[in-house]
Structure formats: structure tokens, C-alpha cells
Ligand binder design. Structure first.
Ligand code: GLP
Length: 241
């Protein structure tokens, strides 16, 4: 696991965008695994700038997103479908048919999970981007999830719902369930890039960097990935007073 320490969110967003842009330049038809949350927004903005400057094109890039809320229509502003389009896809030249986001609209969630999992089996993700939950979750793989888990419907912990409340009007509006790639899917990516910023990530980062691998902190599995990069800022490292 390679750890890149940066000063703050701005630098994190620059360094992470550089890594992704370099991959897109080297392999214009690469497959990216993408993430939501506040952590990747800055790096998406930098990728948009690079696209606008003519440095990179997403014309032949394919993407697979990590997760999606259940019980929330795609059209809801806080669905991850809306998030990804608002923060990235509408601003670049990616083809809609190359964008894959778990579809949780429908009654048979198990069937929808299996369909997404089949797509993942057929794909090879060159780089999987990850944020990290304050409790160490990746995607929506909450503490205690088996490392062998593939795409599934998860009941979100109260901690995660509280953390994500800021995007909704009240806690009652925060979905209780989500569909997420499993840890096994995530580990199959050729390269994994995790970005962590802010003091609320300190505990999870401390566990991740301790080298211990435990299902009680899902992100620690990255210690077993052969090509994982962690970009972490001073606040997440606990260096900011
Ligand atoms: C959500 C997402 C995760 C993300 C996490 C952290 O739970 N499912 O993929 O990593 O939030 O979010 P943030 O970057 O906003 O702290």
C-alpha cells in the first residue's frame, strides 16, 4: 500500500486527479470504478478542468459506480445517479451507455444486484476510486461485512445515516438501505485509489495505516491489495490541531 500524505483537500484533489488523468491518457479506453461522497468532488472538478483544457477525453472511458441508495428514485437530487451526473458526467464527453450505476429502482432488489454483479464480472476495472466512511466503510460495506461479499443490499448503520444526513432535510429522509459493490468486487480492481480528508476520518485512517486487516474496519482489506494508493491529508492523519 502506497501512502501519499498531502496538506489539505485541495492538494488531495489535485494529486488524485493527476493519477486518474494519467491513466486516461495512457489508456483512453480504460474502465474506472467511481465513488460518491464529498471526498471525490474536488478531484472530479479537476478532471473536468483537464477535459475542458483538452488534456483528456472520456469518449472511450467506461465507468462503474460503487453504490446507490435504495428507496430513492434516480431522479432524486441525492441519488448517486444524480450526484454523478451533476458532479462529473454532464461536464465531460463520456457516453451515457458507458456509465454504469447500480440500479435500485424496482421490486426485485436481489435480481438487480445480480445483474450489476454480472456486469462487474464481465468488466475489468483498471482503477477503483474510494472514499472512506468515518467507521471505515468502503462503498457501503459497513463494519462486519465479509471480505468475500459481492454486490448486495445493505442495511446502513445509524452512524452512516447520521453522517449522510447533511445531504437531506432530516434523518427520516436518509435511506435505510443501499445497494453496493461488495469488498470482493472492489478488491478485483487492478488499482485502488482511496482518498481521505478531514478530522472525522482520523480513526478509520489510523486503523487502515496500522496494517491490521479486520472486518470491523472494511478499508483495512486494502493492506492486502497489490496496488493500492491512499491519499490522506493532514487533518485525516491527525496532524491538524
Ligand atoms: C458514503 C459513500 C461512500 C463514501 C462515504 C464517505 O457512505 N457510500 O462511498 O466513501 O460516504 O463520504 P464523504 O466523502 O462524504 O466523507
Amino acid at each position: 500500500m502506497q501512502v501519499i500524505k498531502v496538506k489539505n483537500y485541495e492538494e488531495l484533489s489535485k494529486v488524485a486527479a493527476e493519477i486518474i488523468a494519467n491513466l486516461v491518457k495512457e489508456k483512453p479506453d480504460c474502465t474506472l470504478g467511481l465513488a460518491t461522497g464529498s471526498s471525490p468532488i474536488g478531484l472530479y472538478q479537476n478532471l473536468i478542468k483537464k477535459y475542458e483544457a483538452g488534456e483528456i477525453s472520456f469518449k472511450n472511458v467506461k465507468t462503474y459506480n460503487l453504490d446507490e441508495y435504495c428507496q430513492l428514485p434516480k431522479s432524486h437530487p441525492e441519488s448517486y445517479y444524480s450526484f454523478m451526473h451533476r458532479n462529473l458526467f454532464y461536464h465531460i464527453d463520456i457516453k451515457e451507455e458507458n456509465v454504469h450505476i447500480p440500479n435500485s429502482e424496482g421490486n426485485d432488489l436481489q435480481k438487480l444486484c445480480d445483474e450489476y454483479n454480472d456486469l462487474l464480472h464481465k468488466a475489468t476495472i483498471d482503477l477503483q476510486l474510494l472514499g472512506i466512511g468515518a467507521n471505515g466503510h468502503i462503498g457501503f460495506n459497513e463494519p462486519g461485512t465479509s471480505f468475500e461479499q459481492e454486490t448486495f443490499v445493505v442495511k446502513l448503520t445509524e452512524k452512516t445515516r447520521q453522517d449522510n444526513k447533511r445531504f437531506f432535510n432530516s434523518i427520516d429522509e436518509v435511506p435505510t438501505y443501499a445497494m453496493t459493490m461488495g469488498i470482493k468486487n472492489i478488491m478485483q480492481a487492478k488499482k485502488v485509489l482511496l482518498v481521505a480528508s478531514g478530522a472525522n476520518k482520523q480513526e478509520a485512517i489510523k486503523k487502515l495505516l496500522s496494517g491490521e486487516v479486520t472486518e470491523s474496519c472494511p478499508a483495512t482489506i486494502l493492506n492486502r491489495h497489490k496496488d493500492a494508493i491512499i491519499i490522506v491529508d493532514e487533518a485525516a492523519l491527525g496532524l491538524v490541531k
